[in-house]
Design a binder for this molecule. Structure first.
Ligand SMILES: [Zn+2]
Length: 339
């Protein structure tokens, strides 16, 4: 006993001091995960559980990104969502991925020209990444007719003026987001030095943009920004018809009221996409739906395998439910009930 007691005392002492000094001993330049001291734990557990139920078993990457990675660890977000070159790709018979690693851009080919969706960060990226990607895919940039910008953050419209000036693309945004990029600080953040495009087209909720035989339906879905646009349009995959949706604000809202707007938009979007028979999804940041990984599968996988951008109707519906539940998780982390 004499030997045991001192040993116990020593180990207790060590445990006690280790607990107290854990963080003091950690390297000072190691970032900590975000913590949420205001969180409502019961609401958080409830909404995490709901999000997981919508996500299992086939939407876990999307769930982990939106509910965990993105809110918990900005450094991981920037490490994954870094500026970088990625494989350009034909994703459907008429739809091409022409963006970069951090932010997407899409080309929708029609019988009467090309509709672009988003324009990357700046003129240099539009000129040196987006346009060469198009050329490599056999798309003539002179056929660009319309550029739809999903929202007023500069990583989506930075290259718009170049495409407008160079190819005569007519630029379309919602009224609220035109105001963002026309404001003196260009919507704030790192975008204030960008030169915005001239105002060509103002998209209203429920508008349709038709080029040739292709019609894109557009809806104003506030939350990520006041006038975020979400789109749906028909495509074919080796001749088989599908309806593609792009929810423009999967980055979510940043303030309580914006997150509430986001939830209302996602509920509405769930109904609209269900009614339209949406069964395929794309996004305006690759990381939001693991689009880089999907493109690798498309490019290097067995051509007989299914197209990974085709989710099926049920899974496409559950995607917006996962996004909604993760917005409620976000509210619970702010201390709200999230209901
Ligand atoms: Zn944004």
């Amino acid at each position: 006993m004499r030997r045991v007691l001192p040993a116990l005392a020593v180990s207790t002492l060590l445990l006690g001091s280790a607990g107290a000094s854990l963080h003091a001993a950690a390297p000072s330049d190691y970032p900590a995960q975000a913590t949420f001291p205001e969180a409502n734990p019961k609401a958080l557990a409830r909404h995490l559980s709901a999000a997981r139920k919508w996500a299992e078993p086939d939407l876990l990457p999307e769930f982990y990104w939106r509910c965990m990675t993105s809110p918990l660890d900005r450094k991981t977000v920037f490490a994954i969502q870094h500026d970088g070159l990625v494989q350009e790709a034909k994703v459907f018979d008429q739809l091409y991925s022409i963006g970069q690693n951090a932010v997407s851009a899409w080309a929708l080919d029609t019988s009467d020209g090309i509709i672009l969706i988003d324009a990357l960060n700046n003129e240099a990226e539009a000129r040196d990444i987006l346009v060469p990607n198009m050329v490599r895919l056999g798309l003539d940039p002179k056929r660009i007719k319309i550029l739809i910008v999903t929202h007023g953050h500069g990583d989506h419209w930075g290259g718009a003026k170049y495409l407008q000036d160079t190819f005569g693309a007519r630029v379309a945004l919602s009224e609220a987001d035109w105001k963002m990029l026309e404001s003196p600080d260009r919507g704030g953040g790192p975008f204030r030095d960008l030169v915005p495009p001239r105002r060509d087209m103002v998209v209203r909720d429920g508008d349709t943009i038709t080029l040739g035989k292709t019609s894109v339906r557009l809806f104003v879905t506030p939350g990520h920004t006041p006038g975020t646009l979400s789109l749906m349009f028909p495509v074919t995959d080796k001749g088989r018809p599908h309806v593609v949706a792009l929810m423009g604000g999967t980055g979510g809202g940043t303030t309580g009221p914006a997150v509430h707007d986001q939830i209302a938009s996602l509920q509405r979007w769930n109904g609209l996409t269900g009614k339209a028979g949406v069964d395929a999804l794309i996004s305006n940041h690759p990381a939001h739906i693991a689009a880089i990984e999907k493109i690798q599968l498309l490019t290097h996988g067995d051509p007989a395998d299914s197209n990974p951008f085709v989710y099926g109707k049920d899974r496409a519906q559950r995607f917006s439910k996962v996004m909604e539940a993760c917005s409620r998780v976000q509210l619970a982390r702010m201390g709200e009930s999230g209901d």
